[in-house]
Design a protein around this ligand. Structure first.
Ligand SMILES: [Zn+2]
Length: 223
């Protein structure tokens, strides 16, 4: 469609996804206003309504004028990020992991990538320490103030936890890059950190499921 300002027309591509429900839609255009963006560029703020019947939420999309007569989509100014799947074992922990992860995701969604990286790093620390304490109550009061890398090194000693340990170490290295002054792993970014956290969650889920069945399902076959 075209946006109009002071008799000038600017072609834009309509949003095709709702930033709230994440469905493919053809949203209804409501209004727009032109103004100045961050680096003094001309931007349009456009207001739309989602057409999916269970959503119908209003959202705002920003477009930047890049050539005379055209503006390109820059970002949504609101919306809800897509949550990862949190395995049940992790949902059941009494941990601030999920809350911290979701705050980091929200920050990332708002374009606050530096803060988001630190948030993911903090989330990993909650996940590791609370998982260990949940497995062994004796660790409570002993590991909370220890450096995360030492806690990972000194625990997860079972050979079945080798992959988990390797993944956690790497998640911590990347997380530290996003928390400290110097960055050591240039080829990896916040998406890699989120991938590693997902792999860690899957690994914990797998280890605990296997432990559950191997411990609790005994052979009752009399032959
Ligand atoms: Zn929607």
């Amino acid at each position: 469609m075209y946006l109009t300002s002071e008799n000038h027309h600017y072609s834009i591509e309509n949003p095709s996804i709702c930033p709230h429900c994440h469905r493919g839609i053809e949203p209804i255009f409501i209004s727009s206003a032109i103004g100045k963006g961050g680096n003094n560029s001309d931007i349009f703020c456009t207001v739309w309504r989602c057409t999916f019947k269970d959503c119908k939420r209003i959202f705002v999309a920003e477009y930047t004028v890049n050539t005379p007569g055209a503006a390109i989509f820059t970002k949504f100014l609101d919306g809800t990020p897509i949550e990862p799947h949190f395995p049940e074992i992790i949902v059941k922990f009494e941990s601030k992991f999920i809350k911290t992860y979701m705050q980091a995701l929200q920050a990332e969604n708002l374009g606050l990538d530096e803060i988001a990286g630190m948030g993911y790093r903090k989330a990993i620390e909650y996940l590791v320490k609370d998982y260990l304490i949940q497995k062994d109550q004796n660790l409570e009061g002993n590991i909370e103030d220890l450096a995360l890398s030492n806690v990972i090194d000194q625990n997860f000693t079972d050979s079945r936890e080798n992959d988990l340990k390797d993944l956690l170490k790497r998640a911590t290295w990347l997380g530290n890059d996003m928390t400290h002054y110097l960055k050591y792993h240039e080829n990896f970014d916040i998406e890699d950190l989120k991938n590693l956290i997902k792999l860690v969650m899957d690994e914990i889920h797998s280890i605990e499921q296997k432990r559950h069945y191997i411990t609790n399902l005994q052979n009752k076959n009399k032959k």
